[in-house]
Ligand binder design. Structure first.
Ligand SMILES: Nc1ncnc2c1ncn2[C@@H]1O[C@H](COP(=O)(O)OP(=O)(O)O)[C@@H](O)[C@H]1O
Ligand SMILES: [Mg+2]
Length: 414
């Protein structure tokens, strides 16, 4: 169920947004709106929903409306038009008392510049939100100490922010947000100021924490690699408009427009896409011990290879040729489970980069298993390779040569 629901939200900044909204609806562009009315379009008719317990990434270039969008969630910004529901409650209808409570308990924010108080220790910074809520000193110190430990900063409790590296300061910011016990974490470019190595460690830690704590995390970034790495869903904003919302494979495999296609063009697809995004159901899925029946089944389906399963568990692969040969042996009785050959298998969440060499080395589509050994599907090296070249955006001219960027003189002359 959706935890945060954004319905047709438009935001216009300026002195008379309602009048400017009317002009915008009459067809002005963002630039024209600014030139003619002095109002800035922040968001235009954005609708999306965020599921409880997911990492939802908002991505886009600077000025695309990312911060504006998430500031609506805790009502640091009110929409010019539209509706925001959090856990079914219309945040615009909250009384100021309800809103105060909501801000203290439901959401907490982690900022790019850490937002730590320089004259307070790590422990005091982490416990700050709890102090505001009136929690007793000993209790909040215990709680703060716990979260300092969770983010890996035990031993630094009494240091001041300036004594810490950027990565450590951001861990303090994270611990402070976690300590409030808020269900929703809003992270606005929280890792953007960090060095690449520290940043990727923080990404790992965030994914782990999310899995452990089940928080709903709304994470803003302008970095696609970061978005693909941590996002369950990614929303892509352009000039205040939503270009696309999708899972990382959806964004990579079917970009909705040129803007998204441009973003994903240089992504290392083999590293991001996993086997389960390209696998198919096995055509010949064989059960039971009878090899005669299995052979009949494969012949009926016209499949050279068959995948043997026993109560969903993968037992191995076999071929028409092999079974036919076994059936010619006089007097012998064979059991399909014992004649199936285990052979190489792939894990469903393996990156194509890792899986491709094995697939290239195998004559038949490889079985794909989950952690428990259940057969999820099969995949061939051909299917893997076919998704490794970026597709064209839906509205790109199919006759365009890939090597001709639209701005090249040759393409422009066509
Ligand atoms: N308080 C404000 N007053 C006027 N314009 C604003 C304000 N906040 C944001 N904007 C404008 O709204 C647009 C979206 O900004 P923002 O949400 O900050 O983008 P992002 O976070 O993606 O960089 C930009 O054109 C920005 O200049
Ligand atoms: Mg921003």
């Amino acid at each position: 169920m959706a935890l945060i629901e954004v319905k047709n939200v438009t935001k216009i900044f300026g002195s008379n947004p309602k009048a400017a909204l009317k002009r915008y609806r009459e067809g002005l562009s963002k630039e024209e709106l600014l030139a003619q009315t002095g109002h800035t379009l922040g968001l235009s008719d954005v609708s999306l929903s965020i599921t409880r317990g997911e990492i939802f990434v908002v991505m886009g270039l600077s000025g695309s409306g990312k911060s504006t969008l998430i500031r609506h969630f805790n009502r640091l910004i009110d929409p010019t038009d539209g509706q925001i529901l959090v856990d079914g409650t219309d945040v615009l209808k909250m009384s100021s008392r309800e809103l105060g409570r909501f801000r203290r308990t439901t959401m907490s924010m982690v900022f790019q510049r850490f937002g730590l108080m320089p004259h307070r220790t790590v422990l005091q910074n982490v416990g700050y939100g709890l102090a505001v809520r009136g929690m007793k000193k000993s209790e909040r110190e215990d709680r703060a100490r716990h979260w300092v430990g969770v983010v890996g900063l035990s031993g630094y409790e009494n240091q001041y922010p300036t004594q810490l590296s950027g990565g450590m300061q951001q861990r303090v910011g994270l611990a402070r947000a976690l300590a409030t016990d808020a269900e929703i974490l809003l992270m606005d470019e929280a890792f953007s100021a960090l060095d690449p190595l520290i940043r990727s460690q923080m990404q790992d830690q965030l994914i782990e924490l999310q899995a452990e704590l089940g928080k709903t995390i709304v994470f803003i970034t302008h970095d696609l690699d970061e978005a693909l790495r941590i996002g369950d869903h990614i929303a892509i904003l352009k000039d205040g408009k939503l270009s696309q919302v999708g899972t990382p494979p959806e964004i990579l495999l079917t970009p909705a427009d040129d803007y998204v296609a441009e973003f994903v063009r240089d992504v290392n697809r083999a590293r991001v896409l996993t086997v389960d995004t390209v696998m198919k159901p096995p055509k010949a899925r064989l059960t039971g011990e009878n090899i005669e029946r299995a052979l009949e089944e494969m012949r009926r389906l016209g499949e050279q290879y068959g995948y043997v399963v026993d109560n969903d568990r993968y037992r191995g692969v076999t071929s028409q040729e092999r079974l036919a040969e076994l059936l010619t042996e006089k007097g012998a009785t064979h059991n399909l489970y014992t004649v199936a050959e285990e052979g190489p298998t792939l894990l469903a969440d393996a990156a194509l980069e890792v899986a491709l060499p094995t697939a290239l080395d195998t004559a038949y589509p490889l079985p794909v298993l989950d952690e428990s050994g259940k057969l999820m599907g099969v995949v061939s090296s051909r299917e893997m390779s076919s998704v490794l070249t970026p597709p064209k955006a839906a509205n790109e001219d199919a006759t365009d040569e890939k090597s001709d960027p639209p701005e090249s003189p040759k393409a422009a002359a066509q």
